[in-house]
Design a protein around this ligand. Structure first.
Ligand code: PLP
Length: 390
C-alpha cells in the first residue's frame, strides 16, 4: 500500500472545496479561494500607448498627468548607472542589495539593517500584510487614503476600518480611537494620495507617541521629499526605538524611476528581519538597484524637480482660483480639483489627449486628480480644461 500520509501545515483558515460532479468541467474559479472572485483590481493611471490605440491618437500628442510621475524624466545619473549595469544583466541581482542598502544607510543616517527593499513600495505593503495580517484581523486607514491598503486587506480577508478625513486630512485621533485588539496595522500616508494633504508635525508626533504597541504603524512617505519642513520620522523610529513603526519611501516619485519598481522601508532591525522572511530573494532587479543608488547623489535633479513642482502647483492653483474651481491645496506633486462630473471631465480630457485621474473610487466623484507636469503640460491641461468646462 502506498504511503498516503499527508503533510499538514498549520492552516490559518480552513477551506473546503465545493463538491464537484464527475461531469463538471473544472474551472479555475472552482479551484480559487471563494473570496478571490470578489476582489477588485487596482485601477492604475492609463498608459499613453493604451489611450493612443483606443482613441486613435498619436502617442506623442498625449500627455499623462495621471500617476504622479516625475515630468522631468529619470535622474540622468541613474540612467548612466543603469546603462553600465546592463552589461551584467545575465547575472541574478544581489538579493541583499548590499551597495544600495549601504548607500541608503549613509543617505538617511541609519544602519543598513534598518532598510528593507521592495519591488516598489507597493510590494512592501503586501509584504507587511503577509507578515502581520491573518483572515479576520483588522487594519485602520483613512477613508481617502491610498486604496492599495484596502485592496491588500481584501486579498487576505482582513477587515478594513476606514476613518473619515477631517478637512481632507487624516484624523489621527479618530484613527487611534478606531483601534481595538484585532487591529494589526494602521496606515498613514503623509503626504496622502489622492488628497495631497499632510498632517501637521505636532499632531504627527503626538500620534506616534500614543500608538498602541500591539499594532504595526505604516507611515507611507512616497512624497516625503517634496515637503518643506518634513517630520522627523526616522528620529521617531530609530532614535526613539519604536520597533512597531515602519516608514515606506520610493524611487518612483522624486527621482523619477517609477518604471523600475523600487522602494524601501525604514524600520527597526527586528521588523526588517521579519519582512526579509516574506520577501522573494530577487525581488529588486539589478538595473533598478544601480539606478536607485546613483539617484541618491543626483542632488541637482532633485532640486530641479522640487522647483518645477512648486512652480507648477502655484500655476495650477492660481488658474483654478481664476476659474472659480474648488481645489485641495497640495504639498505633493499632484492636486485635486472639483470639476462637477469627474468621470465626464476625465473622458473629455482623455479625448483631447490629456490623461488625468477620476476619483470616484475614493468616493470623490466630483473631483479629478492631476499630476503636476512641466509648465507646458500644465498650460495644455488648463487650456483643455477651460474648453471642456465652457
Ligand atoms: C505612488 C505611491 C507609492 C509608490 O508606490 P511604488 O510601488 O513605490 O511605485 C506609495 N504610496 C503612495 C501613497 C503613492 O501614492
Amino acid at each position: 500500500m502506498p504511503d498516503t500520509k499527508t503533510i499538514r501545515q498549520t492552516p490559518s483558515h480552513r477551506y473546503t472545496a465545493p463538491p464537484l460532479l464527475d461531469t463538471e468541467i473544472l474551472m479555475p474559479r472552482n479551484i480559487a479561494l471563494p473570496h478571490i472572485e470578489g476582489l477588485v483590481s487596482y485601477e492604475p493611471g492609463r498608459p499613453i500607448e493604451e489611450v493612443a490605440r483606443e482613441l486613435k491618437l498619436r502617442p506623442a500628442s498625449i500627455i499623462k498627468l495621471a500617476s504622479n510621475e516625475n515630468p522631468l524624466g529619470p535622474s540622468p545619473k541613474a540612467v548612466a548607472a543603469m546603462r553600465r549595469a546592463l552589461a551584467t544583466a545575465h547575472l541574478y541581482p544581489d538579493g541583499g542589495s548590499y551597495y544600495l542598502r549601504q548607500g541608503l544607510a549613509k543617505h538617511l543616517d541609519v544602519q543598513p539593517d534598518n532598510i528593507v527593499l521592495g519591488n516598489g513600495s507597493n510590494e512592501l505593503i503586501e509584504m507587511l500584510f503577509h507578515a502581520f495580517v491573518a483572515p479576520g484581523d483588522e487594519i485602520v486607514c483613512g477613508e481617502r487614503a491610498f486604496v492599495v491598503y484596502k485592496l491588500c486587506a481584501a486579498m487576505l480577508q482582513a477587515r478594513t476600518v476606514e476613518v473619515p478625513f477631517r478637512n481632507h486630512v487624516h484624523d489621527l485621533d479618530a484613527m487611534l480611537a478606531a483601534c481595538n485588539g484585532r487591529t494589526k496595522i494602521i496606515f498613514v500616508a503623509n503626504p496622502n494620495n489622492p488628497t495631497g494633504t499632510r498632517v501637521d508635525n505636532a499632531a504627527f508626533c503626538r500620534f506616534l507617541d500614543r500608538v498602541p504597541n500591539h499594532t504595526i504603524i505604516v507611515l507611507d512617505e512616497a512624497y516625503y521629499e517634496f515637503l518643506d519642513n518634513p517630520p522627523d520620522t526616522i528620529g521617531h523610529i530609530i532614535g526613539k526605538r519604536a520597533p512597531n513603526i515602519i516608514a515606506l519611501r520610493t524611487f518612483s516619485k522624486i527621482v523619477g524611476l517609477a518604471g523600475l519598481r523600487i522602494g524601501y522601508g525604514i524600520a527597526g532591525k527586528e521588523m526588517v528581519g521579519l519582512l526579509n522572511k516574506v520577501r522573494q530573494p530577487f525581488n529588486v532587479n539589478s538595473i533598478a538597484q544601480a539606478g536607485a543608488l546613483a539617484s541618491l547623489s543626483d542632488h541637482a535633479h532633485i532640486k530641479r524637480t522640487r522647483q518645477s513642482n512648486k512652480q507648477g502647483l502655484a500655476y495650477l492653483s492660481g488658474e483654478f482660483r481664476k476659474m472659480k474651481l474648488e481645489f485641495i491645496p497640495s504639498v505633493a506633486n499632484f492636486i485635486c480639483v472639483r470639476v462637477g462630473n469627474g468621470r465626464a471631465v476625465f473622458d473629455a480630457l482623455q479625448r483631447r489627449g490629456v490623461i488625468v485621474r477620476p476619483l470616484a473610487g475614493y468616493r470623490m466623484p466630483e473631483w479629478v486628480r492631476v499630476t503636476v507636469g512641466t509648465m507646458s503640460e500644465n498650460r495644455r491641461f488648463i487650456r483643455e480644461l477651460k474648453t471642456i468646462m465652457k
